[in-house]
Design a binder for this molecule. Sequence first.
Ligand code: ADP
Ligand code: MG
Length: 574
Amino acid sequence: MSPITGADLIATTLKNLGVRVVFGIVGVPIVEVGEACIAQGIQFVGFRNEQSASYAASAWGYLSGQPGVCLVVAGPGVVHALPGVVNAQENCWPMVLLGGSCETYQRGQGAFQEFPQVAACRPYTKYAFQPPTLDQLPATLTRAFHTSIVGRPGPCFVELPGDFIKASTASLDSMDHDPSASALVIPKPIQPLTTLADPAWVTQAVDCLLGAKAPLVIIGKGAAYARAESAVRALIQYTSWSFLPTPMGKGVVSDVHPQCVGSARSEALKRADVILLLGARVNWMLHFGQQFGFKAKLIQVDISPEEMGRNRPVDIPLVGDIGEVVTQLNDALVSRELPPVSSEFRKLLTPSIHRNQEKLRDLLAEDTVPMTYHRVYNEVKQALGADYHRTVIVNEGANSMDIGRVVFHCELPRHRLDAGTFSTMGVGLGYSIAAKLYYPDQLVVAVMGDSAFGFSAMEVETAVRARIPLIIIVMNNGGIYHGVSPEGYDRLANRHQLPPTALSQDTRYDLVAQGLGAKGYHVCTPEELRQALLDSLKLLGESPQVQVINCVIQPGADQKINFAWSNTGKQARL
Ligand code: ADP
Ligand code: MG
């Protein structure tokens, strides 16, 4: 029976909690924790900046349904990781941030990287705690994991003091055999809880839906997170109701399903008389409910009772797990006679659907050099061929994301990661790395704006070193939203008058990537892009390469900045 250290105890507890991968950056005092994790068979992915590591952990939480773990040093490490914590909070994803800290006996003395971390994390977490003694560390970690996934998922923080990490304790063997012999007990992970909606409300919901002329199901990323796809698909199939996915709710039911009215989004929101909202908040992404018809009835399904009726009065609140609640609805519907679905609603939406689909077809075929966003997406779609629907798409940037959301259809849930509720730019590499680790057999393609790529480009080296194959397409328009025309760029730069949105379009992201050990491609025409895509897919079949395609597109100079989501009709007054 060999003595174990605090670091071993932490790693053993994480292993016990089912952790497979830890994202982070080590340093004093947590190097030993990283090493102990590896000794336990947990993969440690070392990043170049804690920000990306924390984004990776948040995405892992969403994809796996288990808290993504991020391990960082004290002070600046924790501060750099806060973006991922806030991102997880805003998206309702489970995550546990583990931050080192100074020795407990040095607290308050201006110790190395000392910082009020628990206080800093508290506003953004469900639980933030420093275990007061080493023997409480396993229970604290277990509590953090449990809290992170029960109810509405979210991030938690646990502080790991340096003296606890280094301390040597009793042997784990003795604890396993006779827990009472030691104060150190590693608690068993608590099983997830199931929550069902009040049956009386379920009956009312079914009555309401069966009486609707224009029922609309809105499928949010909460439904994707809840792994509710089989129940939701059964509901849509059985009822023939129209549905509309939110950007990350895409794929819970296939985007190419005939009942998907995503191409007539605004019309559908306006015309529906009963809306069944599955795991989406009535926030900016749903225009605070202001686009819903004035008289439309709202049936809201969410795990969080606090969410009910926010921004829009709720007629029927169904609090519970989406998979479970939709199963309750399905069971209740089976025993009832379904009225034939009114074709009126569909008829109202059809012109919009046709108009928008036609418009999209024209945009996809645009044949210009430099290329348009649409043209690039079309080439990517064609190159992926049959694999296109199974590909995990990581999409960030302004136009890159907006257009990608429309052009790329999802057939599978949790196969699209974008900037999400917090509209976070800089998530691309962290998300892509987490996605490929979670889906080792699937192709992960990141399509990012040039600005977005800049936030996390150094993490290309992380992916190369960890042998995580990715294809990254940088939509290089030389700017945030839009760039400056090549003629205008020099003129304005000479006068130090470049607009705040400008970036240098001459930046060779492919060469940057090459310097970091990836393969780079520089493309300016559809033909070059097609060839680069084919080459990169072929290469991927041969070795686990990271590949970056620097795709020069139209700068879109002088175009108005258009952000459809923020069109609320109300203007601030001076
Ligand atoms: P979207 O980005 O698609 O609009 P949101 O992130 O705004 O989605 O909303 C997701 C919602 O899903 C949150 O309100 C969250 O409480 C809820 N949610 C998360 N997990 C579950 C679950 N298992 N069952 C029900 N609701 C859930
Ligand atoms: Mg750009």
